[in-house]
Ligand binder design. Structure first.
Ligand code: NDP
Ligand code: MG
Length: 383
């Protein structure tokens, strides 16, 4: 069980819920990091009194240093400080709750220091999953997924000593706010429509990814890398109620699932207490009052980002870094109101098709592929 944590991205949706869980479990919070939301960070720092608080935005860091000058909290600024935060000696567990591939380098640094990684930042595994898992295997660092589907699978796999017993992983997917629409209807959807998720309250980037189903595509890749399985062994089913968080089918036909209320504090808590479980104050699941549980096939025509991600997953190498980088840039443009809903798919597909795949890439090659993908999206959307 974890004693002391570093929370990278503490002001975000996962970060705030992590601090809630830390409070419940009585964990010590040694490090907090955020990007620009300095007011939130000041409040968190005053409450949790970490040894180190990082703002990756330099101006915000200067502001925070002034605000916290009456405390003994050390303040650092800049992107490189995120790596210092990730390897801070007193923390045994690093919760990676920053959004986007900026999480990659600090996660790698923490893995090399053999920290337990409570991994929320899925982009890290999408961009560089093979490399990251190799480094984790070498260092012996534990990788505990926080993403609800992957946490469900991780829980179902407890006690499974031989991976060959697994027939397939079944990831559940809420279907997002545009479930049931046709392409014409979905094509008219705006940023405001995309930001209304039926079951979860999350940061804006992942909420848009849920609307396009790119999130599920990224999660397919995340599952393939975490469990080193081919695409044929990772399936997706639509489950609107978000109560069955995911399932594992075994060779003998047995299917194990993990169920629970849709509350991210549950998988966060498990990543903290693993391999044990602690009493929780959260609302328990009441099967008698929950809606009927339904399952459906995802519509890859209306939501082509899912199939695009699956294609990149099969190509492997830098293809997934390209997919992720292009998608991050396209979602940013969509959130700025500069492109339409399906442009996210078209621009990402353009980058995936245009760039060559480097097999077994180094970190530098992954970062270069990410950069090249973003440049293609930036250029193409103006064309
Ligand atoms: P949010 O947007 O709510 O929070 C993101 C956090 O990262 C904030 O603390 C933010 O700081 C910080 N941040 C933003 N940009 C940068 C940057 N360039 N450098 C360093 N830090 C930065 O995101 P979520 O909490 O929703 O998601 C975090 C991660 O967890 C994502 O990878 C997401 O896919 C994954 N995840 C989230 C789930 C959820 O329920 N939210 C569920 C499963 C996975 P600031 O506040 O200052 O901007
Ligand atoms: Mg998820």
């Amino acid at each position: 069980m974890t004693n002391t944590i570093a929370v990278l991205g503490s002001t975000g949706s996962i970060g705030r819920q992590t601090l809630d869980v830390a409070n419940q479990l009585g964990l010590r919070v040694a490090v907090l990091t955020a990007h620009t939301r300095v007011e939130q960070m000041e409040k968190q720092a005053r409450k949790f009194r970490p040894r180190l608080a990082v703002m990756t935005d330099e101006t915000a860091a200067r502001d925070l240093a002034v605000r916290l000058s009456d405390t003994d909290v050390r303040v650092m600024g800049g992107q490189a400080a995120l790596e210092e935060a990730a390897v801070f000696s007193e923390a045994d567990t690093v919760v990676t709750a920053v959004v986007g591939m900026v999480g990659l380098k600090p996660t790698l640094a923490a893995i090399r220091e053999k920290k337990r990684i409570a991994l929320a930042n899925k982009e890290t595994l999408v961009c560089a999953g093979e490399l990251v898992m190799d480094v984790a295997e070498e260092s012996g660092a534990e990788m505990i997924p926080v993403d609800s589907e992957h946490s469900a699978i991780f829980q179902c796999l407890q006690g499974c000593a031989d991976k060959r017993e697994v027939k397939r992983l079944i990831l559940t997917c809420s279907g997002g706010p545009f479930y049931g629409m046709n392409r014409i209807e979905a094509g008219k959807m705006t940023k405001a429509d995309a930001l209304k998720h039926p079951n979860w309250k999350m940061g804006p980037k992942i909420t848009v990814d849920c609307a396009t189903l790119m999130n599920k595509g990224l999660e397919v890749i995340e599952a393939m890398r975490l469990y080193r399985l081919p695409l044929e062994q990772v399936d997706v089913v639509i489950h609107r109620q978000s109560i069955v968080h995911s399932l594992v089918e075994f060779r003998d036909g047995a299917v194990l699932a993990q169920l629970g209320t849709p509350d991210m504090r549950l998988p966060i808590r498990y990543a903290m207490t693993y391999p044990e479980r602690e009493e929780s104050p959260l609302e328990p699941l009441d099967l008698l009052s929950c809606p009927p549980l339904t399952f459906d096939r995802p519509d890859r025509e209306v939501f082509p980002c899912l199939a695009l991600a699956e294609k990149a997953a099969v190509r492997g190498g830098t293809a997934c870094a390209v997919l992720n980088g292009a998608n991050e840039k396209a979602v940013q443009l969509f959130l700025e109101g500069k492109i339409g809903f399906y442009d996210i798919f078209y621009l990402t597909e353009r980058a995936v098709e245009a760039l060559p795949v480097v097999k077994k890439p180094t970190l530098e090659e992954i970062l270069a592929a990410d950069q090249a993908a973003r440049e293609i999206v930036s250029k193409e959307h103006l064309a």
